[in-house]
Design a protein around this ligand. Structure first.
Ligand code: G3H
Ligand code: 13P
Ligand code: ZN
Length: 350
């Protein structure tokens, strides 16, 4: 039994001072590459599926992939997480399909575009937390809206994120509000806004404290030392991957992501879950483009996907090592959902 809740995994990470990358997946190839990397370095894994991933692959297919991974890698604790759940239905149907953790992102309304009020966020997150905890499943909430401190805009690349412009008071999580939110919702993990956004185009220059406000992470951790913090939009968009992509015919304008050193700094200040999707996409897409360029006669999808999986595997292995996740899988004894539910019960009854 290797399916672990986010709560148990992040409690372990906090005790030992490491962070866990949460990789987005949409298909078998990504799942296999990530698990291969994890097994090579003895790392526990968080795989997360967005609503887009669930509609791309289908819930049944994703559920079968997770079952297969569990059977193939029984020694790797595997957390299955709903990324950016937009309402109760998304979160509860994820639980029905074997997810051990859900994100209720109440920073936006259910349309995933309109910034929500604080009261809306508090109410929906508390309700989802109560329901999820009743069956032992963990919950990540979000306070503050992800978006660029340079432009005031949300990401447009993947069709979710707010439209228009916001000011810094909405783009930076307020530490006082964070204390109130965590106390009243009882979430297991909190995603905070500090200037990161989804996709490749996060920063127009190497980020400094003006546009990547790591001081917000430090302040919230000082006030809430026991909550597990989550950094979204945390791809590094490495220069070498941008170069590989462009040398193979891609057209990615120069961009900057979140430097690994800043993530490491976050991990020292309570960041336990680090969301990474763009880097994984870029690693695979650069290889697919390279094969298409050097072998224009090739038409066997496996010839494209195998090197793409190897590139993703190497990227994931590096993140497991850099964040200190490596070496911890074998140190965790996974608790079943029923035991997690039992531990939440006194709080639910109160
Ligand atoms: O939340 C952002 C992730 O990169 C997922 O993106 O909605 O295109 O699957 P997606
Ligand atoms: P990136 O786009 O930086 O990889 O962020 C992914 C993410 O936050 C998913 O929730
Ligand atoms: Zn995100």
């Amino acid at each position: 039994m290797a399916r672990i809740t986010l709560r148990q995994l992040l409690d372990h990470a906090a005790e030992r001072g490491y962070g866990v990358p949460a990789f987005n997946i949409n298909n078998m190839e990504q799942a296999l590459a990530i698990l291969e990397a994890a097994a090579a370095v003895d790392a526990p894994v968080i795989l997360q599926a967005s609503r887009g991933a669930r509609s791309y692959a289908g819930d049944l297919m994703l559920a079968r992939i997770f079952d297969a991974l569990e059977a193939m890698y029984p020694a790797i604790p595997l957390c299955i997480h709903q990324d950016h759940g937009n309402d109760e239905t998304t979160c509860l149907s994820a639980i029905q399909h074997g997810f051990t953790s859900v994100m209720m992102d109440g920073s936006l309304l259910a349309d995933a575009k309109t910034p929500a009020t604080y009261d809306y966020n508090l109410d929906i997150t508390a309700r989802v937390t109560r329901m999820a905890h009743a069956v032992g499943v963990s919950v990540e909430g979000e306070l503050g809206v992800l978006g660029s401190l340079e432009t005031g805009e949300g990401e447009k690349e993947d069709g979710h994120g707010f439209e228009g412009k916001l000011d810094h008071s909405q783009l930076l999580t307020d530490p006082d509000q964070a204390v109130d939110f965590v106390t009243r919702t009882e979430v297991d993990a909190l995603a905070i806004a500090m200037g990161t956004s989804h996709g490749a185009y996060k920063f127009t220059r190497q980020p400094d404290g003006e546009i990547l406000a790591m001081s917000v992470v430090e302040e919230i951790h000082r006030r809430l030392p026991d909550i597990h913090l989550v950094m979204h939009g945390s791809s590094s968009v490495p220069q070498e991957l941008q170069d590989q992509f462009n040398q193979a015919g891609g057209q990615m304008p120069q961009t900057w992501g979140v430097p690994l050193a800043e993530i490491e700094r976050g991990i020292k200040h309570g960041v336990r879950k680090v969301n990474i999707d763009t880097d994984c996409r870029l690693a695979m897409a650069a290889e697919i483009r390279r094969v298409a360029k050097v072998s224009p006669a090739e038409f066997d999808p496996r010839k494209f996907l195998k090197p793409a999986m190897e590139s993703l595997r190497d990227l994931c292995r590096d993140r497991f090592e850099r964040f200190g996740t490596a070496g911890n899988a074998s140190k965790i004894t996974v608790l079943p959902l029923a035991e997690m539910a039992r531990r939440y019960r006194p709080r639910i009854a109160a």
